[in-house]
Design a protein around this ligand. Structure first.
Ligand code: ME8
Length: 658
């Protein structure tokens, strides 16, 4: 059986991994784990691109022999990936002899068959992108159209690869194979790029002897680093060394990369090289969008480059959670917010919000409350007669199927949203069925059945989240006292826990993060009644702050006019023709209310159902898009994004807030 072959790009080692390279690698790891859990044999490749002139330059600037520098950097990459729970099968380095042999051999073969020919080059060169630009592609600034750095004039003899000869075959292949380039937007970009006309590519470079020498003609310098680097995917299969054996891996099933290196390199130069070699093309190329930070591209000069392990470590410190789980939380954030078609904003606040919301409140809490009640009511053993309600069994199966479909399409944000609907459904079910009330009423049998749904859901979720959060998945399985995380096919079994199955004590996986509050500028209402809080400014200091501030203060009586209550969200749906609004149906202590909330850009309906939120209930009703809104929910505002507020533990709906 052919192995499912997944690749990341091989990364330049002139700088350490950052959240961009981590994204591609984590997406690839999640795809690899997903395919493995579905029973396929997977071959997952990553590695380092070490022959680039810019790598050589950085080593020289640091005064380190280049080979020593790349050896050290390759280790940094391997260590980082292992700390991020990346489980690759092969880590390739382009300075390995076996790879250099492949590059030389391919160069020779293509030169013999006249796909590579000798010519000369005059033009503008970007050393950072390792790319030549035709004069009509650049303006007076003589800077690189891709990265903005200054271009150098080059005038030299060189070898060319006959890319232009493959233009129509490439176009036909892309048109005939809609899955070849994904997502759709990248396919269109590539077709646009090809339609501008493909030029032959200069595939040798002079100026530095770092790299693979042009075979049989070392005077011509070294092989162009992209021609060299792309061949790593072939080297790693054992092509040339293993005879026909490489076909147990070749061709790649899924090649992942960022959008910048798809149209020009992976979707044109690379398949054309393979066509020239007469080799089958990759099944699927997937180019994700970019992380941007504060609406800007990440760059060293802006100082906004994040190192993945530092981000995870800072969460572990702040939340007091184990580093392994903080790393998994980081992986979750990367995949839940993953830029697919468009670019996406990376922010620490966004990471914290997902951690507190999706992981601490949703996933962690579902497991914790289910196990706590199982221990409290049934001594931690699955009671007699417990089985899953048919409606929930269908819903679980349906959500698992949709998660599968989305993961297969590398759409992790969608897949995770589908999986999280299971959590929403169980929380709703608990609220409707109220096992705590059933116990008080002496109906332990029914309470046991209700909680059984939580066990089955947690077990299913351990499988669905495993590609994303492998250590968390194992911990969920451990707390459920399962020998292992179930495989994808076993995961939807509805009778997975035999009667008497004992459960482990619940242990919080994701302790809630206390988000730092700005120091209060006015005394809290409570302090106003019972004496002022020490940290609050005194009335005298207030007067010194100026009149405008005084006018902003309200009295405790003003505050008392606000009636804020904790409501439980029973249902949520988008307001038609609005991208911002959700219609929420609330339980405010036995009373049902409808409100319209401007949170649709930050929360999907299923994320808020089951949540407890503070609501201002004595606000004058207002007609919003034809819906009478009877109150206003309160949420934190983080750079214009709404972040829901929740009580510290589940409390009766309708509880007052003072
Ligand atoms: O391109 N957001 O290596 P590289 C998302 N050696 N992804 C980002 C990103 C960001 N802000 N910044 C970079 C190379 N990336 C070549 C590949 S393969 C034969 C040779 C992604 O170290 C980028 O899109 O520059 C690409 O997938 C990878 O990180 C770049 O790695």
């Amino acid at each position: 059986m052919k192995r499912y072959y997944i690749t990341t790009p091989i990364y330049y080692v002139n700088s350490a991994p950052h959240i961009g390279t981590a994204l591609t690698t984590i997406v690839a790891d999640a795809c690899a784990r997903f395919q493995k859990r579905r029973g396929r044999e997977v071959y997952f490749l990553t590695g380092t691109d070490e022959n680039a002139p810019k790598v050589h330059r950085v080593a020289q600037e640091r005064g380190v022999p280049t080979q020593l520098f790349v050896d050290e950097m390759a280790e940094v990459f391997e260590r980082t990936w292992s700390a991020l729970h990346i489980e690759y099968d092969v880590f390739i380095r382009t300075t390995e002899a076996r790879h250099k042999h492949v590059v030389s051999e391919v160069f020779r073969r293509l030169r013999e068959q006249d796909d590579i020919y000798r010519g000369s080059y005059q033009g503008w060169y970007c050393i950072s992108c390792e790319t030549f630009f035709a004069s009509n592609k650049i303006d007076e600034s003589r800077t690189c159209p891709d990265c903005g750095k200054p271009l150098e004039w080059r005038d030299e003899p060189c070898y060319y690869f006959r890319l232009s000869a493959y233009e129509s075959r490439l176009r036909e292949h892309i048109k005939a194979n809609p899955q070849f380039i994904q997502p759709e937007v990248r396919r269109n970009e590539t077709l646009g790029f090809i339609n501008e006309g493909l030029q032959d590519v200069a595939v040798s470079r002079t100026g530095s002897d770092w790299g693979v020498p042009v075979p049989d003609d070392p005077e011509s310098g070294v092989v162009y680093v992209w021609f060299d680097a792309l061949l790593n995917y072939l080297t790693a299969t054992g092509w040339r060394e293993r005879g026909e054996g490489y076909l147990d891996t070749w061709p790649p099933d899924l090649q992942l990369m960022g959008k910048d290196i798809l149209p020009r390199f992976h979707a044109t130069l690379w398949p054309a090289m393979l066509m020239a070699l007469g080799l089958p093309l990759p099944e699927r190329l997937y180019g994700h969008g970019w992380w941007i930070v504060n609406k800007q591209k990440m760059s060293k000069s802006l100082g906004n480059v994040y190192a993945p392990l530092e981000v995870a470590q800072s969460l572990a410190n702040a939340a007091g959670c184990e580093l392994d789980y903080a790393v998994d939380a980081f992986r979750y954030y990367m995949l839940r917010e993953m830029p697919t078609d468009a670019d996406a904003e990376f922010s620490l606040e966004g990471f914290e919000a997902r951690y507190n919301g999706d992981l601490a409140n949703d996933l962690g809490n579902l497991l914790h409350r289910t196990l706590s009640m199982m221990h409290r009511y049934f001594g931690g053993r699955v009671p007699d007669g417990a089985r899953l309600d048919a409606g929930l069994a269908d819903l679980f199966a349906q959500q698992a199927a949709q998660t599968t479909e989305a993961f297969e399409a590398v759409d992790f944000p969608h897949g995770l949203r589908e999986a999280w609907q299971i959590i929403g459904a169980v929380n709703r079910y608990y609220d409707e069925q109220a096992p705590w009330t059933l116990m008080k009423q002496g109906n332990a049998a029914r309470a046991g059945q209700v909680l059984y749904a939580g066990l089955i859901a947690a077990r299913l979720l351990s499988a669905l989240v495993e590609p994303v959060m492998p250590k968390v998945a194992r911990e969920i399985a451990r707390q459920l006292n399962l020998a292992a995380v179930p495989s994808w096919n076993e995961a939807i079994a509805v009778n997975a826990f035999p009667v008497g199955h004992t459960l482990q004590e619940p242990k919080p996986i994701f302790p809630r993060l206390q988000v730092k509050q700005p120091a209060p500028s006015t005394p809290t209402p409570h302090a106003g009644e019972e004496g002022r809080a020490v940290s609050a400014p005194s009335p005298t200091s207030h007067t010194h702050q100026g009149v405008s501030n005084m006018q902003d203060t309200i009295t405790i009586d003003d505050f008392k006019r606000l009636q804020i209550r904790i409501a439980t969200v029973k249902a949520a749906e988008p307001v038609p023709k609005s991208t911002k609004l959700l219609k929420l149906t609330l339980d405010v202590g036995g009373e049902e209310r409808t409100i319209v909330a401007g949170i649709a850009e930050d929360y999907a309906p299923e994320q808020v159902v089951g949540k407890q939120i503070p609501v201002l209930v004595n606000l004058q009703p207002a007609l919003i898009r034809g819906i009478v809104s009877e109150g206003m929910m309160l949420a934190a505002d983080v750079d214009g994004k709404a972040v829901l507020l929740h009580p510290d533990r589940e409390i009766p709906s309708g509880s007052g807030v003072r």
